[in-house]
Design a binder for this molecule. Structure first.
Ligand SMILES: [Fe+2]
Length: 440
């Protein structure tokens, strides 16, 4: 089979170089949150309908959408990749195997294959990006940073994609508390490419972790002009901006952002649903009336009770289900119990370990069973990381715990938790306000 090489020296089994260029552009679009990912993938297939890595990439993208019905489509891509695999390289075979285990929901096995691939091919950006993605959703923050660190020496600034690799590293640094270094690298990435949404996102996280709210709003406002050409990830950036407003008690601004920017009636992308649920719950925890916004979100999530792609997503679905219909929350809990008992994949294991308890706590909070919330979340606090997501996103569970402790009149616990939080974040508005309530 003919072989062609991409810009950073990776070999592809394909009939022509145009397919490799279009393939790389698909990945570049994916990594920079553009809307033209599908167009570039189509161009790849147009150049070579039998390119094995194109079939694999298409399968990966179906998984990336995070919807159970799309797994069958990913399996079809796996079959197509296998059919096209005669004569393919060991690296390409690794990707087929990674797609195979991803189809089974074995995220840890997929990560192992990508990490093994990166030892020999540290400039395999797709392997790096996807390993980073699943490290994030199994709550392995150390590897969100270190997986990228292990390949840094194989990249230099003259290589296409170098700034994107550095941006991945910056995000990993901030998730592990190295905020100044993360900020420095993310700003350097933005100088190279002002459209680097991951660098913008990293800076939003840094500013949130340091409670630099006004600066965060100004920074994100300054970047927004670039987002119109971006994909739905821009909603997550607006979610970050809304968090700054919430902490400043600018609740009308946060609700306006929800209505004008975050809410997309047509979207069923899981991250959008998580953004929406998380913001509404945070607003309610701040005693803000969110009006009739939950029912519309409920309509989107009610059919996804049995999805169980990531525990992080299940927990956010539960927020919307419990807010609107206790029976739907009960159905979700029953589905999670079934998943925990019968499932053999990574998410089933995390559901058993912690995901079910988190969803129980969310449902209990909604029906006013605050003692149960305290019991469930106190004993499991340090295991919640395993459901995945970022520190900022998982803060909602800490807020739920403290809110429940206050409502259950467990003031000593609430004050102790807030003391812990404020030692790290002395300028946090939410903590100061609820600390005042806990002292009453
Ligand atoms: Fe984020």
């Amino acid at each position: 089979m003919p072989r062609y090489w991409n810009e950073v020296g990776l070999e592809f089994t394909t009939s022509n170089e145009a397919a490799v260029r279009a393939f790389d552009q698909s990945i570049r679009s994916y990594a920079t949150f553009r809307r033209d990912i599908g167009e570039h993938l189509k161009a790849t297939f147009a150049a070579d309908p039998n390119m094995v890595m194109a079939h694999v990439l298409k399968g990966y993208f179906f998984h990336y959408m995070g919807m159970r019905p799309l797994i069958a489509k990913a399996e079809k891509c796996l079959a197509d990749a296998e059919a096209a695999s005669i004569g393919c390289s060991p690296r390409e075979r690794n990707h087929i195997e990674a797609l195979r285990v991803w189809c089974k929901g074995d995220y840890r096995a997929a990560i192992d294959i990508w990490e093994r691939t990166l030892l020999e091919y540290p400039r395999d950006f797709l392997a790096l990006k996807l390993a980073n993605y699943l490290h994030f959703y199994i709550g392995d923050s150390a590897n969100v940073r270190d997986s990228v660190a292990r390949v840094l020496r194989a990249w230099d600034h003259a290589m296409p994609g170098y700034a994107l690799v550095r941006s991945l590293y910056a995000f990993g640094l901030q998730e592990n508390g190295a905020l100044a270094e993360a900020e420095s690298i993310a700003r350097a990435s933005l100088e190279t490419d002002p459209l680097d949404g991951w660098a913008v996102h990293t800076l939003a996280h840094v500013m949130e972790a340091q409670d630099r709210h006004e600066e965060g709003i100004a920074f994100l406002s300054g970047c927004e002009a670039h987002w119109d050409s971006g994909n739905n990830f821009r909603y997550h950036l607006w979610w970050h901006r809304a968090l700054f407003h919430v902490d400043l008690q600018q609740y009308d601004a946060a609700l306006e952002l929800y209505d004008q920017r975050l809410w997309d009636a047509k979207s069923d992308e899981y991250l959008d649903l998580c953004n929406d649920a998380s913001l509404l719950l945070r607003l309610e925890l701040a005693d803000v009336n969110v009006g009739d916004r939950w029912p519309a979100l409920f309509e989107k999530v009610k059919s996804r009770v049995d999805d169980h792609i990531f525990c992080f997503v299940d927990a956010h679905m539960m927020m919307a289900l419990a807010a609107q219909d206790p029976a739907a929350a009960d159905s979700m809990l029953a589905s999670l119990r079934d998943q925990a008992m019968r499932g053999h994949n990574t998410t089933a294991a995390v559901t058993r370990e912690i995901g079910y308890a988190v969803c129980q706590a969310i449902a209990a909070h909604r029906i006013g069973d605050f003692a149960s919330v305290v019991k469930l979340l106190t004993s499991n606090r340090y295991r919640i990381r395993a459901i995945g997501g970022s520190n900022t996103q998982r803060d909602i569970f800490f807020q739920l715990l403290v809110d429940a402790a206050v409502r259950n009149k467990q003031y000593a616990l609430a004050q102790a938790l807030l003391s812990e939080y404020m030692a790290r974040r002395p300028h946090n508005g939410w903590a100061a306000r609820i600390h005042h309530r806990a002292e009453i």
